[in-house]
Design a protein around this ligand. Structure first.
Ligand SMILES: [Zn+2]
Length: 178
């Protein structure tokens, strides 16, 4: 379980009240453990939970969301228009530097992915993301259940693989969820 200091930092990182231009950098400066700056590229590399494509996962308005999407929302002060994607100029999924992010259409996203020889859907909010099937509340529940039940049993109940359950239990994934 995270300590009090970490909880305070996480609260400071509750971004819902910070939806103004320029506040992302300030929000991140009170949570320096969340990202590391790559001096060569200027990328802000997310240090906490990643999804299976390497995108950072965080919480925003009490929901799981991809970290770069949260970065775009907070830095722009807008929500992401329906059907639009937040894409990376720098081609690093774990980068959350708003200066490296831009808004594109689904078509832009698929052209971009084809060019890079990948197949990846436009990043949706974490909960809707194909590989991120659990809600924040469920992750908390799974932590609370702990090892009193077999991972495979718990996994079946939540519709995820047992490895996801053990990853949550030992803080390998979603370690930013408190
Ligand atoms: Zn970058």
């Amino acid at each position: 379980m995270p300590g009090a200091a970490q909880r305070t930092r996480m609260q400071a990182f509750a971004l819902s009240s910070l939806r103004k231009r320029g506040v992302w950098r300030r929000a991140m400066s009170i949570a320096p453990h969340k990202y590391k700056i790559d001096e060569q590229t200027g990328c802000w590399i997310w240090q906490l939970a990643l999804d299976s494509w390497g995108y950072g996962v965080t919480q925003y308005n009490k929901r799981m969301i991809l970290a770069h999407r949260a970065a775009w929302i907070v830095s722009s002060g807008h929500s992401i228009p329906k059907g639009m994607c937040v894409l990376h100029r720098c081609d690093r999924p774990s980068c959350i530097n708003p200066a490296h992010l831009f808004l594109g259409t689904l078509q832009d996203n698929s052209d971009d992915m084809k060019r890079k020889g990948r197949s990846h859907l436009c990043g949706h909010n974490g909960e809707k993301h194909p590989q991120v099937k659990l809600t924040l509340a469920q992750v908390r529940e799974i932590r609370r259940i702990g090892k009193s039940e077999k991972a495979v049993v718990v996994g079946k109940r939540y519709g995820v693989n047992y490895r996801t359950i053990s990853g949550i239990r030992n803080n390998r994934i979603w370690k930013n969820v408190i």
